[in-house]
Structure formats: structure tokens, C-alpha cells
Write a protein that binds this ligand. Structure first.
Ligand code: SF4
Length: 171
């Protein structure tokens, strides 16, 4: 296992880092050291396909460290998920995008997570407590990344479906 962190990734944390942190700190740690099996996974490709076909009129926003699905007038950040289950991880990702935009001087109003497969949306507030939460999450991600050793594995049952399962549990 390499202990070298990809410098491009450490300069700014994007949505994927927050997603991995909240799923499993070990996954974030491994990801930052170049282990990325998820890039080729069927579920990710499926997610991208849903994402591409569901909304045709939108404006992507590429911040470098994060690619936001689209931002509507008044600075409302939108994120589309192929999941059928709304989750706190998705909201945290949107809060992180709010934080990144706010740091660039944008007067962010909030966010919306879209779940086209279940025709639901979840609103994500952006206020002082949401900002504090986003900053705390980001700081936790940085602590995990800086750790010299890999965080422990999750309970095996929670690893089901994780693309790192072969790495963590083989041998
Ligand atoms: S397989 Fe389990 S321990 Fe390993 S990264 Fe995935 S969730 Fe974490």
C-alpha cells in the first residue's frame, strides 16, 4: 500500500471525499492513496447514466476540486442521485458544495438533492449551523487523510456493496 497522497487531491476536497468520509473513513484514506476501484464499478456507471438522461437543461459548475451538478438563479445548488434512498451523506455533499461556493464569495441560498428514481427532492439548508457542520466535516476529512495509518475496517456487514471490499477483506 502506498503511503503517498495524491497532491492534486489534497489541495481541495470535493464531494467524493465527503461521501467516502461519511461512508467509511478507511475508504477516504485508501482513495487518497490512489486505490480507486469504484471508477469502473457498474453502480457508478449506472449513476452517471441516470444523471445524464434525467436532466437535459442544466449548467454544470466545475470548481476544480468539485463538479456541481447545476446551480440555479439565486445560488441554489442541485445534486442528482441515482439512489432510491435519501441519505445524510448526500446532504453533506451538498453542504460541502455550498461551503466551496461561499468561500468564493457566492451568496449561497441552499441546496436540493434530487432523486429522480423515486421522484423526490430533499432541501438542504444553508445557514450558520449548516456552515459550521460543513466545516467540521471537512476538517474531519483532512484529519483522516493526514493519518499515517489506515483507519480500521467497518463491521463487515456495513461493507456490503463497497467497491473496496476485495482490498479490505481478501487474504
Ligand atoms: S470494505 Fe468496508 S472497511 Fe473497507 S473501505 Fe469499504 S466500507 Fe470501509
Amino acid at each position: 500500500m502506498s503511503s503517498v497522497i495524491d497532491e492534486d487531491d489534497v489541495s481541495g476536497l470535493g464531494g467524493v471525499h465527503i461521501k467516502y468520509l461519511l461512508h467509511c473513513p478507511r475508504q477516504l484514506w485508501l482513495y487518497m492513496r490512489g486505490y480507486r476501484p469504484e471508477q469502473r464499478s457498474a453502480s457508478v456507471q449506472y449513476g452517471e447514466a441516470v444523471d445524464e438522461t434525467t436532466y437535459t437543461r442544466r449548467r454544470d459548475l466545475d470548481l476544480g476540486e468539485a463538479k456541481i451538478d447545476w446551480v440555479t438563479t439565486g445560488a441554489v445548488i442541485h445534486e442528482t442521485k441515482s439512489s432510491r434512498a435519501p441519505s445524510e451523506q448526500h446532504e453533506a455533499q451538498v453542504r460541502h458544495y455550498c461551503l466551496l461556493l461561499a468561500r468564493r464569495g457566492v451568496n449561497v441560498r441552499g441546496g436540493v438533492v434530487h432523486y429522480p428514481l423515486i421522484r423526490r427532492t430533499v432541501e438542504v439548508a444553508w445557514d450558520a449551523s449548516a456552515k459550521a457542520l460543513a466545516e467540521e466535516t471537512e476538517s474531519r476529512a483532512r484529519d483522516v487523510i493526514a493519518s499515517p495509518t489506515a483507519p480500521p475496517r467497518l463491521d463487515r456487514r456495513k461493507c456490503r456493496g463497497c467497491s473496496y471490499v476485495d482490498y479490505c477483506w481478501s487474504g
